[in-house]
Unconditional design. Structure first.
Length: 280
């Protein structure tokens, strides 16, 4: 496990030694729902080209959000050298940074790149740069325009950075079995959500006919049972066969009111189990 964050959301932390890049990451706790999820390591040749830097590690969200996570290293500029005449071939050490990139290929968050397992919470920061301009590479060699059409590869701040957007849980996945289980669980959860949104599957159950939601239908009247118990019969007569019972607090869907020869009023109900039943 890696530290789960610092600052106002600091939690207890567990630590282990890691000497190889993780197979994946589990990110959670952000209000940016598309960023949360399981990230799977891919070969760096699949990473989009980045101006002024190269990708050392590349991770892709395992579902359909298209968010990515990568460890990038800045390139030293050709011709850049020390003023020391005794070392004319000196080059500055490349700088590394972890980046989380959204589905539009815009850099959203950055983290120091001196580790193969980044931290969480406020160890990450929002990435900002002026649109259409290249920042001073000595101040920030990663602030190149990376968005489509030459736009800046960072989100312009419209207000103060929201810490709730940060990845408050960043968990390195070192075992292939655990990675597969997390991926399968995330895919199953997404399937259930999609079924619920579409109104199908086990995730969505129709309301009971005795609830208000079940009784409300176009062209019908909803009635609430006030008596402790009401007998439902198959005809508007006290001697008719009992087909069901309704209890106080339940709702029924009425089709029409009838007055029997003896002057009693009956409500004709809409009920799949007894379509022509009547309720006194």
């Amino acid at each position: 496990l890696v530290p789960e964050g610092q600052g106002r959301r600091q939690r207890s932390r567990g630590v282990c030694y890691v000497d190889e890049p993780p197979l994946g990451f589990f990110i959670a706790g952000s209000t940016l729902e598309g960023m949360n999820g399981v990230y799977v390591r891919k070969h760096v040749t699949r990473a989009p080209a980045r101006r002024g830097e190269r990708t050392l590690l590349y991770y892709v969200q395992s579902l359909n959000s298209r968010w990515t996570m990568l460890l990038a290293e800045s390139h030293a500029e050709d011709g850049e050298q020390s003023d020391d005449e005794e070392d004319p071939y000196w080059r500055p050490e490349p700088e590394r940074r972890w980046l989380i990139v959204d589905a539009r290929h815009v850099d959203r968050f950055s983290h120091g790149g001196g580790t193969i397992v980044p931290g969480a919470g406020v160890r990450w920061s929002h990435v900002h740069a002026r649109s259409g301009e290249v920042s001073d590479e000595e101040e920030d060699p990663f602030a190149w325009p990376r968005g489509p059409g030459g736009a800046s590869g960072a989100v312009q701040p419209s207000s103060a950075d929201d810490e709730d957007e940060l990845p408050w849980q960043v968990i390195a996945i070192l075992d292939q079995g655990i990675l597969s289980d997390l991926h399968a669980g995330a895919a199953y959860h997404q399937m259930r959500v999609e079924e619920a949104v579409a109104g199908r599957g086990d995730a969505v159950r129709p309301p009971a006919l005795t609830t208000l939601e079940g009784a409300l239908r176009p062209g019908r009247w909803a009635f609430r049972v006030e008596a402790p118990e009401v007998v439902v019969r198959d005809a508007p007569s006290g001697g008719a066969r009992t087909v069901a019972r309704r209890y106080k607090g339940e709702y029924v869907c009425g089709l029409e009111l009838r007055v029997a020869p003896d002057g009693t009023e009956w409500l004709r109900l809409e009920d799949p189990s007894a379509a022509d039943a009547d309720d006194e």
